[in-house]
Design a protein around this ligand. Structure first.
Ligand code: MN
Length: 737
């Protein structure tokens, strides 16, 4: 054990505390400093002797969270006090009543909120979802609870290094699943980007390092480009007597990675690696004029792309974001995004909500977008009759969406998520109008329910009392409100139909002199391979299951047992070839805390091979499944079922082969497929399992599933294939479909 210099540590604690006070100074009033000091002392005493996993004194954590709250989010004294005390009630002997007595009702309420939404993550799926739901509920009580929670999460992500691997994966996944979208929705762009980058760092270190290195390498060239681009504009701006600064920061590592992945392009081809930001300092009355003045100067020098003009000044985004965006053609033939805004707008863009508050008193504008959003969240929570898990899912979907602005026949503005249809609009007006919506007139023209709304559309909904929600409707609504309402209504409908089905089942069973008891019901479910009784009754009522077959059920009851046995056997047989060739030798992986050699299967969604960063996932029926940490399903598995994740590591490999997928694109010419397969099977002696080729307008795209030893082997193959003439791109894919 390391020997701790307690004197040195004490000095360090005091230093960190002083730094916090210094940062908070501009906002301190009256006795604020005293209250913060009291909170610091309480926290220090309560956490005395406790250490973080890294070995540091625990109090570093609340101090850091308070500092993030003050410095990076711009929160005030109440939040700083709450942040300092945020883990006290949960982790120490201090009761919430004492906090209330010493620090007042508001602080106690925030800490109570924080305590309630923490710590439940480890148990089960529904509990965890319930926990998320609780967290979102607190939004409508006091947004500061969420903001401090975000500060807490940010510090935990920054110090994730000292956590064991499976915890890192779980915490990182939760972060990308819920916290980053929340930060985005609250307009905390800087924090959102950092959370996303840290997620990538801890789940896919190689990619993270690769992109970070590329950004560094290209910095000099980028700086020069920005300088050349901006210099004529700068002269004109000065002539116009504008007070301004220019920034040219690259995009976050995570968003570059997303671009590369989505468009399947290398780093070099991400054209909007950075945006140029021109920030003007001007009085509130002159903001709009000043921004458009800058726009006019920029477009005097560079031609704008008319499709890419975004005016978030006249209509701010619902999270409060205001800015003028244009994309212009530079002299070197490269499109460049230019963002124009004022100092005030920039602060809101970076710090979001809190900064927004600071300016709110001046603006005098009515209910801001963010407040409108919080009202909407509250409505959603109050209405939702769905399970917690569904709720969180629907809610998440809404987090990422941008908005579309449309109008009612009377000209009232409604803001809906991007991609919303007439049906979403109908539900937005009123649930009853949604339920009976038949179609709509958009800008006087008749359109169907599924019509996707465009900015500025004016919509008149047509209803019919005979109309009812159907399963299809779920395919074209995007708003949580509409989804929830439709699902609820379908469930009701289904229950009604199922009730009829249940009667039929009971009747049939009684003809066979049997009761509808649990045992029989279970066997019926197994017999028809159906998950829930509701589903069974529903299918019977609908006729998808012939009531006559229920009669047969007793006859096959015995047979079924045998059949089941055979089925499991045949399943292993199917697995066999890939076992032999693919060799899921249980010695290949070490699993769990003790790194045992346990039996496992490789997940088909991402086909891991030795060398990949992997984790184990305990499934209900199929033992442990191994996924890649960058598997498309990983985030959901780890954030929702974190308690089922076990760590897994490859051991030294034998000469075994594993299934992996490649996507090859290139120019279609005679003999190219032959060239490719020759490299694969003749030169590298790799076995191909399947190959599908699509050609289109002189281009071809091939998906090849093949057996390789490990990532090194695969990388070598990718390199060789990339060198085949007319091949443009080769990359690994998760699975064949
Ligand atoms: Mn904490």
């Amino acid at each position: 054990m390391e020997i701790v210099d307690t004197e040195k540590e004490k000095r360090e604690i005091i230093q960190r505390y002083r730094k916090l006070l210094r940062l908070a100074k501009p906002i301190l009033k009256d006795d604020d400093a005293k209250v913060i000091k009291k909170a610091f002392n309480t926290s220090l005493r309560a956490h005395e002797g406790m250490r973080r996993r890294s070995g540091e004194p625990y109090v570093y954590h609340p101090l850091a969270v308070a500092q993030i709250a003050a410095e990076e989010i711009g929160l005030g004294t109440t939040s700083i006090v709450a942040a300092l005390l945020h883990d006290v009630v949960e982790d120490t002997d201090i009761h919430i009543e004492e906090i209330e007595r010493d620090f007042g009702h508001k602080v106690a309420q925030i800490i109570d909120g924080l305590t309630k939404i923490s710590g439940v993550f480890d148990y089960g799926t529904s509990q965890q979802a319930e926990n998320f739901r609780k967290m979102i509920l607190t939004l409508s009580d006091d947004v500061r609870v969420i903001l401090i929670k975000l500060a807490d999460r940010l510090h935990n992500m920054r110090t994730l290094d000292s956590m064991p691997r499976e915890k890192q994966l779980k915490i990182a996944s939760e972060t990308i699943y819920l916290y980053a979208p929340l930060a985005h929705r609250l307009g905390l762009y800087v924090i959102k980007s950092e959370l996303e980058d840290l997620y990538l760092k801890y789940t896919d270190r190689e990619t993270y390092d690769f992109i970070a290195e590329k950004i560094k390498e290209t910095k000099a060239a980028r700086d020069k480009f920005i300088k050349d681009f901006i210099s004529p504009i700068e002269r004109e701006l000065k002539k116009a007597n504008l007070d301004f600064v220019v920034k040219g920061r690259p995009k976050s590592i995570f968003s570059i990675w997303n671009k590369m992945k989505k468009q399947n392009i290398p780093f070099e081809e991400v054209y909007d690696l950075f945006a140029i930001r021109i920030i003007v300092d001007t009085s509130l009355e002159n903001e709009k004029t000043a921004c458009w003045k800058v726009y006019s100067i920029v477009t005097d020098f560079y031609k704008p792309n008319p499709d890419r003009l975004r005016d978030w000044i006249s209509t701010p985004k619902t999270n409060g974001y205001e800015s003028l965006h244009t994309t212009v053609m530079s002299k070197s033939g490269q499109w460049v995004e230019v963002q124009i805004r004022t100092t005030r707008m920039d602060e809101i863009a970076e710090k979001g909500y809190a900064a927004h508050w600071k300016y709110k008193e001046h603006s005098g504008a009515g209910q801001s977008g963010l407040e409108r959003w919080i009202t909407k969240v509250r409505e959603l929570i109050e209405q939702a009759d769905s399970s917690a898990l569904e709720f969180v899912d629907d809610f998440r979907q809404n987090l990422f969406n941008e908005e579309v602005f449309v109008f009612t026949p009377k000209g009232e503005l409604k803001i809906l998520p991007y991609g919303a249809t007439t049906l979403d609009f109908a539900f937005e007006i009123h649930s009853q109008i949604g339920m009976h919506c038949l179609g709509a007139k958009v800008n006087q023209k008749l359109v169907p329910l599924s019509y996707i709304l465009k900015n500025g559309d004016q919509i008149e909904i047509l209803t019919s009392s005979k109309q009812r929600p159907s399963e299809d409707w779920l395919k074209f609504v995007v708003s949580s409100k509409a989804r929830t309402r439709i699902k609820d209504s379908l469930k009701e409908e289904k229950k009604k139909i199922a009730a009829e089905g249940k009667d039929i089942v009971i009747r049939k069973l009684s003809q066979l002199k049997m009761d509808l008891n649990n045992e029989n019901l279970n066997q019926l479910l197994i017999h028809f391979n159906i998950k829930t009784p509701l589903e069974l009754y529903y299918n019977v009522a609908k006729g998808t299951i012939d009531p006559k077959d229920i009669k047969k059920f007793t006859e096959v009851k015995e047979l079924k047992k045998q059949e089941k046995k055979e089925q499991t056997e045949s399943r292993t047989i199917i697995q066999e070839p890939s076992r032999k060739v693919g060799g899921t030798d249980s010695n290949m992986l070490l699993i769990g805390d003790n790194m045992d050699k346990i039996d496992y299967k490789l997940a088909k969604c991402c086909n891991p091979i030795p060398g990949d960063d992997v984790f184990g996932f305990v499934t209900v029926n199929e033992g442990i499944k191994i996924h890649r940490t960058n598997c498309p399903n990983a985030i959901e598995l780890m954030s929702n079922y974190g308690y089922r994740v076990v760590k897994a590591k490859w051991t030294s490999q034998k000469e075994l082969a594993f299934l992996a997928g490649l996507k090859i694109t290139g120019v279609d010419r005679v003999g190219i497929i032959n060239d490719i397969t020759k490299v694969i099977s003749t030169e590298l002696k790799v076995n191909i399992r399947s190959i599908t080729i699509d050609t289109n307008d002189g281009m071809f795209e091939g998906n090849i599933m093949l057996f390789v030893h490990d990532t090194k082997h695969l990388d070598k193959l990718i390199m060789k294939l990339a060198k085949v003439g007319d091949v443009i791109n080769v990359r690994r894919i998760d699975s064949a479909n």
